[in-house]
Design a protein around this ligand. Sequence first.
Ligand SMILES: [Zn+2]
Length: 164
Amino acid sequence: MKEDIKKIVLDTLSQISDPEIPVVNIIEMGMIRDIKIEEGEIKVLLTPTYSGCPAMRQIEDDILFSLGKKGFSDVTIETVLSPAWTTDWLSEGTKEKLKKYGIAPPVKNSSDNIFNIISTTQTVNCPFCDSSNTDLKSFFGSTACKSLYYCNNCQQPFEHFKCH
Ligand SMILES: [Zn+2]
């Protein structure tokens, strides 16, 4: 019974996309750490991908709304900050989707954390033509989570998902 509920909850959550990256859902992004079902109450353990991302509020609203539509009214969302989200949690398939969407997937793993946050000189390959002849145009792209790059080879702007 509990497993059935969990499956419905997971199915429902897999319909919710990341508001910033509509091609991936919040499960693919590794945001859902666990689902606990106790006495008809559902607890969703959620890890934000980027601290301070305004998208988190929308994701929480989407979770409550979607589960509410399925008849789950007693839902709480618990934010889990530790361990912190890392791009290591993205599957290869998810990174591929990000790339097709035109977002250069993270190349470094989380151990390079500090380097990636402060560095503006790292080489980022263009997601369209794989050229490394790219320039950082703006450290902050459409959101604080992404940087804006320009490919000098195929002359297209693209966004790079900052590594965490
Ligand atoms: Zn290019």
